[in-house]
Design a protein around this ligand. Sequence first.
Ligand code: PMP
Length: 282
Amino acid sequence: MNVYWNGEVVPQEQAKVNPLDRGFLLGDGIYEVVRIYQGMAFELEAHQERFDRSAQRIGLLQEYPRLKVVLDALMAQQSDQLMDGMLYLQTSRGVAPRKHFFPNPPVAPSTFGFLSPLPRPDLMNRAMARSTSVDDRRWLDCDIKSISLLGAVMAAQKAQETGSVEAILHRDGRVTEGSHTNVFAVIDGVLRTHPPDHWILNGITRQVVVQLARSRGMSVLEDAVTLEELRKADELFLTGTTVEIWPVSHLDGLKVGGQAPGELTCQLMKAFNERVSGKVDA
Ligand code: PMP
């Protein structure tokens, strides 16, 4: 596999990470994952904006390559044209003697990226997801798309050990998001999801789904739900760049909603499919 490494596209084995890289030692960096549909990046501008915002939030002021530059460089080196896939890109604060403080003077950031094939999920026919509620013990700057993912890794592992595909995180019963997804519920006909603040990552898919819902006249309330409300929700689903919209059937082994994806979830999946195939704007 070819990868992007500090301005060049090289075979993966030739991308040599300096062990003093702050990304490697301290998790001091940020990342993005962008969907490629039919060879085209989905919502690239929104991802770039979020990446720039993450950089600003961590005080990364040095210049780093734009997503489009990395994407074009990698695409140019693909042997077969990539149709459905994903772009991963991360930038760390660079290589410097190990200290907690930012290097002064600043050093050049390190940027790593790769493309990989990822077929689209069949939204209307895939098996519904099982989820497990997990105490949200991550830090309080969840709006930063940080490469320090240990809190999310621990939560995802807990979910997997209980036979679930995703952890639904909560703080004292207030649902925040998934370990790598956002969480939506339909309660009394209203689509509810956590507001985009520092308790969650404002998912690009989340933003698209909120826009699609509003433009179809659904009531959307960006207000956290409690675990108790979630257990009684009429519909529950997860959103994310890789999973798109994934209806949930179980929370902690108990059934949530009906036997099949609910009405609003189905409408949104259909709208999302149309949006991906370019038939409608968000
Ligand atoms: N929340 C968290 C914690 C995530 O890691 C992700 C995926 N990166 C999401 C939400 C979903 O975001 P997006 O729709 O941009 O993939």
